[in-house]
Design a protein around this ligand. Structure first.
Ligand code: C2E
Ligand code: CA
Ligand code: CA
Length: 696
């Protein structure tokens, strides 16, 4: 650190020393000058006195000196006379010696007579005085011959003073030696005192300044230490703050990265189906919208293919949602793998997929794509140990012919898909305007159906069920019929699905049940006893919590014995209805029989089947048709028989049209037969007329 006091003490010491020295010198100079001036004045005054007093002898000596040698001058009368006068004048004064030169520089007089006659032409004092100026010089002599004898250690002021009469040229020069020893002694004494005082004052000043500086340095040092401490504290704080900021920055960066990730994830989720990873409905709609405006500009066509899995609902209902989800993932992967040429594949939800083909050149190209989609389902899907055979139905709409908006195209492709489904499994269909007419008709039918319930347009027909071995009437299946004034006779296949979709089936089903029971009791009362009657139940009916109460009400109201009633349910009930087992159990406890309709078309697992409180299996018509022509169908029928036997089920075959079918079924161990061979569903009166007379 910068040492202020040392720096200051050195510097101020030098300065003070310098100042004191200079001051001493100045004082000395001034004093000497003053003293010289004073002594010189006295010399001049003395010279004047000499000149005045020596007037005549001096002039004579001046004149006589020219051309004479030294000894002559020394012994001249004028010289001796002057010697006496000068000595007299000098006595008692400070004069120590007097010399007089003539104009030629020759010493014409001296109080030391030996010097008379010497030439001093080169003496600078003489030269100056000769030009008319007085000049003095202060000297110190260790030894000096004065007119009163030899003196030692003497201070002298020698003055050269010109001699001239009023207004005349210089005739000669006085050289006067004045003894200034007492002056010089007192001057030296004074100089000592002044020097001591000045030195004392300066020393005091220096000391005071040193103290002040020391103090200042102490304060500065303290402050420097404080500043240093503050600086290091600040540095620590800055370090901590920097760390903190860095940490905060890192946190912020992490947060930003996390947020970005979350955003992109959200964005992904917003536009993708979380299950399959395909584009979702929103993505599809936006993308199709863009494709359409692009196609409008380029005057191109865009095809929308609506894909629906034919048996997905059964899989989901019978094997569970887990398997259903896995199947959807598998289907999505298969579609991506097998289907080329598409510009987008999306899942709209459930088992509905959609694909878009841009820049369509021909219908054939679209048809090929649809074929590819359908072909993707040729091999079975292996999910959770199950080998699932699926098929898809595809409906196609093409921009701009089948619609210019996304909504129209989607709806029309959906409509076309329904048509494809109606054609059976694994078909595709292009949209046609008639389909919209059909859809409108569906709406119309639905409206008419609601009215039909109240206006007595519905009736229950009965189809006989006979014992395979004997052909004896054992029961009948109640099948609803609709005779509409506007539409004529409408088959159930056309209005039952519609009634199920719209919910009308609840009222309709209850009406059929009540009407059937009422009819059977009416017959009984009038002497025609039908051993058992089967009524079809929709899943929608069983889902209703009030179903059992309604059933009990009908039993109570009509008085029918529960054992005389059989309810036909499909396999899907087990998966679709919550707690299906306990519900079916309750029905069994009431005494009602249960039959599993359309058996063989679903995906019932054997373990379920074993637990189901069902007495009868109804082999689906599709297997019966194959008897005599399709060995596979025959094999299925035989295995169903074996299964039924081991699990103690009664088996009914439906759709029996030929004697050959009847014979095969009977031989296979089928208990009952139902079909056109024994009679189609007819009105109660006709049924009674046909069967009342026959022995039972
Ligand atoms: P389902 O329960 O399988 O009924 C048997 C269907 O096969 C009936 O058609 C019947 O007329 C027809 N059928 C019977 N024997 C033969 C045959 O030998 N050959 C041919 N080709 N067909 C035969 P329907 O009456 O048109 O009923 C169709 C479906 O409508 C029924 O299928 C059933 O699922 C449903 N359905 C009918 N009535 C009702 C009802 O009251 N309630 C409910 N929920 N569904 C009903
Ligand atoms: Ca049935
Ligand atoms: Ca059936």
């Amino acid at each position: 650190m910068f040492n202020l006091s040392r720096y200051f003490s050195t510097l101020s010491l030098i300065l003070i020393g310098l100042a004191a020295g200079l001051l001493g010198l100045l004082y000395r100079e001034v004093s000497v000058h003053q003293m010289t001036a004073l002594a010189e004045d006295r010399n001049v005054a003395m010279a004047q006195i000499f000149e005045n007093a020596l007037g005549v002898p001096l002039s004579g000596l001046m004149a006589a000196s020219v051309g004479k040698d030294a000894s002559m001058l020394q012994e001249s009368d004028e010289s001796l006379e002057m010697q006496a006068s000068v000595t007299t004048l000098m006595r008692g004064t400070a004069m120590a010696k007097v010399k007089i030169y003539n104009r030629l520089g020759v010493t014409i007089f001296s109080t030391d007579p030996t010097q008379i006659g010497e030439s001093s032409l080169d003496n600078p004092g003489f030269k100056t005085a000769l030009s008319g100026t007085v000049i003095s010089d202060l000297t110190h002599r260790n030894r000096m011959d004065t007119f009163e004898g030899v003196r030692s250690d003497i201070d002298l002021l020698a003055s050269y003073i010109p001699i001239s009469s009023e207004g005349k040229a210089v005739e000669g020069v006085f050289e006067l030696y004045q003894d200034v020893t007492p002056f010089m002694a007192s001057f030296r004494h004074m100089l000592w005192i002044v020097t001591a005082v000045v030195a004392g004052v300066f020393a005091l000043l220096y000391l005071m300044q040193l103290l002040v500086v020391r103090r200042a340095q102490g304060i500065l040092h303290d402050q420097a230490e404080r500043i240093e401490a503050a600086r290091s504290t600040l540095e620590i704080q800055i370090g901590a703050r920097t760390q903190e900021l860095r940490r905060a920055n890192r946190l912020l960066e992490d947060e930003v990265a996390e947020r970005r990730q979350a955003e992109s994830k959200l964005n992904y989720l917003a536009y993708h189906d979380p299950l399959t990873g395909l584009a979702n409905r929103r993505y599809f709609l936006e993308r199709l919208e863009a494709s359409l405006s692009d196609a409008t500009e380029k005057n191109e066509r865009v095809a929308v293919l609506f894909i629906d899995l034919d048996q997905f609902k059964q899989v989901n209902d019978s094997l569970g949602h887990g398997v259903g989800d896995e199947l959807l993932v598998s289907v999505a992967a298969t579609l991506c793998e097998h289907v080329r040429l598409i510009d987008m594949l999306a899942r709209l939800g459930g088992d509905e997929f959609i694909c878009v083909m841009e820049s369509v050149r021909s219908d054939e190209e679209v048809a090929m794509l649809a074929q590819e989609v359908i072909a993707a389902f040729d091999s079975p899907f292996c999910i959770g140990g199950h080998e699932l055979f699926l098929s898809a139905s595809v409906g196609i709409s093409i921009f701009p012919n089948d619609g210019t908006s996304v909504g129209d195209l989607l709806r029309n492709a959906d409509t076309a898909m329904y048509r494809a489904k109606a054609m059976g499994r694994g078909h595709f269909h292009f949209y046609t305007p008639e389909m919209t007419r059909d859809a409108q008709e569906r709406i119309k039918i639905e409206m008419l159906l609601r009215r039909a319930l109240d206006s007595g347009e519905l009736s229950v027909h009965l189809q006989p069920q006979v014992e395979a071995k004997s052909g004896r009437l054992v029961g009948a299946e109640a099948l609803v019929r609709w005779d509409s004034p506007e539409l004529g006779s409408v088959p159930p296949a056309r209005f039952i699905p519609l009634a199920e979709d719209s919910g009308i089936i609840i009222t309709l089903g209850t009406w059929v049940l009540r009407e059937t029971c009422r009819q059977v009791m009416c017959w009984k009362d009038s002497g025609f006893e039908l051993p058992q009657v089967s009524v079809n139940l929709s899943v929608k009916q069983l889902e209703r919590p009030e179903f059992v109460d309604t059933l009990l009400e009908i039993l109570d109201e009509t008085g029918i014995e529960p054992s005389r009633l059989k309810l036909e349910i499909t396999e899907s009930v087990v998966m679709a209805v919550d707690d299906a087992f306990s519900l079916l159990d309750r029905l069994r406890k009431i005494g009602i029989s249960l039959a599993l309709d359309d058996f063989g078309t679903g995906y019932s697992s054997l373990s379920y089947l074993k637990m189901l409180p069902v007495q009868q299996l109804k082999i689906d018509r599709s297997f019966v048709i194959g008897i005599g022509t399709n060995p596979e169908d025959e094999a299925i029928i035989r295995s169903v028989m074996a299964l039924a036997q081991s699990l103690d089920f009664e088996v009914v075959a439906e759709g029996v049209e030929t004697a050959e079918q009847a014979a095969f079924l009977s031989a296979s161990g089928c208990h009952q037969l139902q079909g056109f061979l024994h009679g189609s569903a007819v009105a109660p009166a006709e049924f009674r007329a046909r069967w009342a007379s026959l022995p039972r």
